[in-house]
Design a binder for this molecule. Structure first.
Ligand SMILES: Nc1nc2c(c(=O)[nH]1)N[C@H]1C(S)=C(S)[C@@H](COP(=O)(O)O)O[C@H]1N2
Ligand SMILES: [Mo]
Length: 371
């Protein structure tokens, strides 16, 4: 059944809190993801906020604390629009789980990432209006939703460095793909921090605090950290907080395990690089990386968006393993092995994409018995 305005064919990892990803092939349909297909990652119940009741509080190391109703936020600052990909740190976790179990975490496939047009105001303009201290260290965000994952339960929050918060394209967004931001995506207003793991794009934003240390919120201090393989996931401050997304790609078409007709086969996927990096190239191999061919990248739709890619292969009957890897503009490349990336929370799997398909003969002449 369709919920939260999503397609009926979403893979729902959890109904409550609602966590769902679209079928991989749907993401390949266009560079911007339809709102009804955009993945959802929640850590607690979706809060219901009346837009008229909503207030944004800006506090901490500011000359003038602000309390902004939605109408004022919209009227007082220039409107800004970006196309940005959100990618959950748990995207592609299922691959890591095949290496070693990761209890209590959802087995996200290729679809914990999506791309949309976001409209709002620049966080930087709001920080300037509040007279935020220029020498502060971090900007902390707090949402309305209370997550039972923390003990005791805590509102979802996180932080980014002040320098990152002043980047032109960090938004307080109230619209997604040209329509009011849906409740499940953080409506009335969310943060969009392009290029960083999805967790920093805090939904249902209510409070922004300018401060020196990073946020001590559970989702910054304990969760969304990359731990060494043997670390205890409950240990506070272990590992490091995830920020910019490392270069990644996945194959969206064909599906892993699919049967395809022998002959021409178009492989399709996405590639994404966070931080200041862009996607430079995507390579495809059918011999486990001994040789590679370059895939065709779709035109860029913005500096913060993924690049869809395609590559035409000619496959012979039998099993075929298709591998893909993306390079970023700093010559970073996806690592080969998921085993080497395994970490206790299952984050940041950017190993080579792999799908195995079986190609079957189609013509009558080449039918069974003539192998
Ligand atoms: N308030 C709040 N913000 C949140 C979350 C949340 O659970 N609560 N989840 C975060 C995570 S982990 C991700 S990946 C993105 C997902 O955004 P989406 O649900 O709009 O796809 O929202 C982030 N912002
Ligand atoms: Mo996430």
């Amino acid at each position: 059944m369709a919920v939260w305005g999503k397609r009926a064919d979403m893979t729902v990892h959890e109904a409550e809190p609602f966590n769902a990803e679209p079928p991989a092939a749907v993401l390949a349909e266009g560079s911007a993801t339809g709102t009804d297909a955009f993945f959802v990652r929640n850590h607690g119940p979706v809060p219901r906020i009346e837009p008229e009741q909503w207030r944004l509080r800006v506090t901490g190391r500011v000359a003038e604390p602000l309390v902004l109703p939605l109408a004022q936020l919209r009227a007082r600052f220039p409107v800004h629009e970006i196309v940005a990909t959100l990618q959950c740190a748990g995207n592609r976790r299922a691959g890591l789980m095949r290496v070693r179990d990761i209890p209590g975490e959802a087995p996200w496939g290729a679809g914990a990432t999506s791309t949309a047009v976001w409209t709002g105001v620049r966080l930087s303009d709001v920080l300037d209006a509040a007279g935020a201290a220029r020498d502060a260290g971090h900007v902390a965000f707090e949402g309305t939703d209370v997550s039972p994952e923390a003990t005791p339960p805590q509102r979802f929050g996180g932080s980014i460095a002040l320098a990152a918060a002043h980047r032109d394209d960090v938004l307080l967004a109230w619209a997604m793909n040209g329509a009011p931001l849906p409740v499940v995506h953080g409506g009335p207003v969310r943060v969009v921090v392009p290029g960083q793991v999805g967790a920093r794009s805090v939904k249902w934003i209510e409070r922004i605090t300018v401060q020196d240390p990073p946020s001590d919120n559970y989702f910054q201090a304990r969760s969304y950290r990359l731990l060494p393989p043997e670390a205890d996931p409950g240990e506070p401050g272990a590992g490091f907080a995830l920020g910019p997304v490392a270069v990644n790609s996945d194959i969206l078409v064909p599906d892993d395990g699919a049967e395809v007709p022998a002959g021409p086969l178009t492989v399709r996927g996405y590639a994404f690089a966070g931080g200041d990096r862009g996607v430079a190239r995507v390579d495809v191999s059918t011999d486990d990386g001994r040789t590679w061919r370059q895939a065709e990248l779709a035109d860029p739709i913005g500096p913060w968006a993924w690049r869809l890619w395609r590559h035409r292969l000619d496959v012979r009957a039998g099993p075929v393993e298709i591998t893909a890897r993306a390079w970023d503009t700093a010559a970073g490349v996806q690592p080969e092995s998921q085993a080497q990336l395994w970490n206790p929370k299952g984050y940041a799997n950017n190993a080579w994409a792999r799908v195995r398909v079986t190609a079957t003969r189609v013509s009558a002449v080449d039918g069974p018995g003539r192998r």
